[in-house]
Design a protein around this ligand. Structure first.
Ligand SMILES: Cc1cc2nc3c(=O)[nH]c(=O)nc-3n(C[C@H](O)[C@H](O)[C@H](O)COP(=O)(O)OP(=O)(O)OC[C@H]3O[C@@H](n4cnc5c(N)ncnc54)[C@H](O)[C@@H]3O)c2cc1C
Length: 392
């Protein structure tokens, strides 16, 4: 299958991909456009999750890319970014499902797990046989999770006893395992645990009434004397610095998803403005409507350049926390402008779900805030620029 150029890829950035990467992306695009796009508005309205896509996406290898244990072919970080973009171009909730499964859950096991843990869990998660979630945020600790976690883990012989609460955990209403980050009561350091959700004492409850990413099933989790064996403690997660290694990777992918969400809104706005007639001609022929479209493609094109470079730096081994933080904070800010301009271009229909832009507009808010708010990412970059930490 050939990858037809997207009109929204104004500078032809996709040409950097290898032929094999382009073919994989083309097949994924076809699946998303034909099987996923037709159902997303209905699920968004109902705040329900299309469970069939977990396996459908697995068939397109989306949970396999990135990790050498599971990837079907050698691929670049730029390619993985384009996968995130392609998912979010259709729907940001679908991109979030994959970001949590492939990035946060599998990433934790890949980065912090032992060889045995990687061999046991990654293939099943890659195949979509198991669904993973990532439990870091708590009701009383969001931006300050590096220091403010209240969930505790206490060693008891060959087991750990975990107590606490988590909030906002994506996929967690139906996940098979959740990576739980908790403070070891012995040394006060953050450790990670692979917690099977069937473990007694683990209760996840869906968060209702979200007005952004309504398809993502986020949960509040209560952990009461949850016991897991030492074999499920992530072997190389010894402090929050190890958690941060996972977040550095996933933040860059959220930056890509922000570009994809912007492109979804832009493409819908471009198509609409070419067929909507006012004052006797398509509104796309009015100068001020073109201004909205041109500002949007400018944001998209600049953001794409930034995320491509940050992914190249990952491949080169030079990407640091402040690089992915800048990309996440910058592209999600540009996305917020872009989806607002695209919504404006549709007039009243810009707030109706059927025209797609409203969903991209609303979903932008969650992307802007999760995996580090703009303020947190600004503080990470500010510390790198000045050598002075301004978090507290
Ligand atoms: C849809 C969705 C999905 C999510 N999925 C997951 C998930 O799967 N797993 C998970 O662990 N978490 C998840 N999260 C949680 C997400 O990472 C947090 O919402 C985010 O880190 C912000 O934390 P908070 O909501 O508690 O906001 P707060 O930390 O309370 O922040 C509120 C505001 O105060 C600002 N602020 C806080 N401290 C400072 C400071 N020092 N200086 C300046 N400004 C400051 C923030 O930037 C923000 O604007 C998800 C969230 C959402 C909305």
């Amino acid at each position: 299958m050939n990858l037809a150029p997207l009109s929204s890829d104004f500078f032809g950035y996709e040409n950097q991909l290898s032929d094999r990467e382009k073919a994989a992306l083309a097949a994924l695009r076809h699946y998303l456009e034909t099987e996923v796009k037709p159902v997303v508005n209905e699920h968004w309205a109902a705040a329900s999750f299309p469970h069939e896509i977990v396996k459908g996406l697995a068939a397109h290898d989306v949970y396999r890319y990135g990790w050498e244990e599971t990837r079907p072919f050698e691929n670049s970080a730029v390619f993985r970014g384009f996968v995130a973009l392609e998912l979010a171009r259709i729907d940001a909730s679908v991109a979030t499902l994959v970001g949590v499964q492939n990035g946060l859950a599998m990433g934790s096991i890949h980065v912090c797990g032992s060889a045995e843990q990687r061999a046991e869990w990654l293939p099943k998660l890659a195949a979509g046989e198991l669904v993973g979630a990532f439990g870091l945020t708590e009701p009383l600790s969001g931006s300050d999770s590096a220091q403010g976690l209240n969930t505790t883990a206490t060693r008891d012989g060959d087991e750990w006893v975990i107590n606490g609460e988590k909030r906002w955990i994506g996929n967690a209403t139906f996940s098979d395992i959740t990576i739980i980050w908790a403070k070891d009561t012995a040394d006060n350091q953050v450790k990670g645990f692979i917690v099977p959700t069937s473990t007694p004492g683990y209760v996840a409850t869906k968060i209702e009434n979200k007005q952004s990413l309504r398809i993502v099933q986020n949960a509040d989790i209560v952990l009461t004397d949850v016991r897991v064996p030492e074999s499920l403690r992530l072997a190389h997660a010894n402090s929050f610095k190890d958690t941060a290694k996972v977040l550095r990777l996933t933040r860059a992918e959220v930056a890509w998803a922000a570009v994809g969400n912007s492109i979804g809104a832009y493409e819908a706005a471009l198509a609409y403005t070419k067929q909507r007639i006012q004052f006797g001609k398509p509104i796309a022929g009015h100068q001020l409507v073109q201004d909205l479209l041109v500002k949007s493609i400018g944001n998209i094109t600049a953001s794409l350049g930034m995320v491509i470079r940050v992914s190249q730096m990952l491949d080169e081994g030079t990407q640091r926390d402040e690089h992915s933080a800048l990309a996440k904070g910058f592209t999600t800010s540009r996305m917020r402008e872009t989806v607002a301009w695209c919504r404006e271009a549709l007039g009243g229909n810009g707030i109706v779900l059927e025209y797609d832009v409203a969903r991209h507009f609303a979903d932008a808010e969650a992307l802007y805030s999760y995996e580090g708010t703009r303020e947190m990412n600004t503080l990470i970059v500010g510390r790198a620029l000045t050598g002075l930490a301004a978090f507290v």
